[in-house]
Design a protein around this ligand. Sequence first.
Ligand SMILES: Cc1cc2nc3c(=O)[nH]c(=O)nc-3n(C[C@H](O)[C@H](O)[C@H](O)COP(=O)(O)OP(=O)(O)OC[C@H]3O[C@@H](n4cnc5c(N)ncnc54)[C@H](O)[C@@H]3O)c2cc1C
Length: 295
Amino acid sequence: MKPFTYAAPKSLQEAHHVLAQAKGPGDIRALVGGSDLVDQMRVNRRTPSIVLDIKRIPEMKRLEWVPGDGLHVGAAVCCTDTAHFPAVVQHYGSIHESCQLVGSTQIQNRASMAGNIGNSAPSGDTIPGLVTFGAKVLLTSPRGSREVLLEEFFTGPGQNVCAPDEIIQEVIVPPPPPNSSGHYLRFIPRNEMDIAVAGVGCMIALDSRTNRCATARIALASVAPTPVRAKAAEAVLEGKQITAALIAEAGEKAVEAARPISDVRGTAEYRRELVKVLTRRTLRMCLASLAQKVD
Ligand SMILES: Cc1cc2nc3c(=O)[nH]c(=O)nc-3n(C[C@H](O)[C@H](O)[C@H](O)COP(=O)(O)OP(=O)(O)OC[C@H]3O[C@@H](n4cnc5c(N)ncnc54)[C@H](O)[C@@H]3O)c2cc1C
């Protein structure tokens, strides 16, 4: 491992002081659980000169539900705490599910959603669910702060829009639409502790008067260089009474957003098939949660 300086600031101001020393992209890396970063540094895939441990900064530990504004998850909040936070359990099924899929219990007790996002792997399990609920990340730097829509955050495998002196402060998820439900499913060859061959997050909101689909959001993992939204599949559903035929059509359309590669875990063709199947299943899960029968 290349030598590095370890910094563990106790305030945002101190963190900004460290970030101001960034010499270029990847020169400073934030550390939360270290479940990605430490191994990547061990094999020299990431070679920061400063590792910025953000776990002692109070703002990074924020975990709060603000009525009318939504969910705020500080960057240093672990997946276990996020998954079991009452507002997450109540409003955001896919976030509750995906935080409990990351690695094992031990990993979830250390790893964060911000780390999953900051690592920017196309396979990040927490990302599709967050995207379907319209999540944003609040970025902070010595120059100020800005919000970025999560679906616009990723620029390529392991790459994102963060400037060298910028880190995620928190993940913000707007309140869910009325009468909505979200679920996430992934396929892995083993029962657990594996990287998704494909993952699909769906969120459906139904018009409570007509039962037609008011909003549909579908996001895919592991089938493109970045997580992607399946907008053509969403359009199939929106404004309509959801039927079995429509669910099947949405599954077919979701594949249009996928640009999968073939690798040791599966061929591109296999991944396309998984997108179809997982889209259909997550949609049915959403409708079941909304007690909506599908004919
Ligand atoms: C055994 C094992 C199993 C795993 N299983 C899964 C799995 O099933 N699904 C899955 O998606 N992942 C899995 N992972 C990967 C990893 O656990 C997750 O990506 C996790 O969410 C990373 O969180 P962390 O807090 O440990 O991140 P860290 O390792 O601390 O950081 C990860 C990256 O994000 C950056 N980062 C961290 N915080 C910030 C911030 N505030 N702002 C900007 N960048 C930041 C870091 O600099 C680093 O590049 C697994 C890892 C292991 C070791």
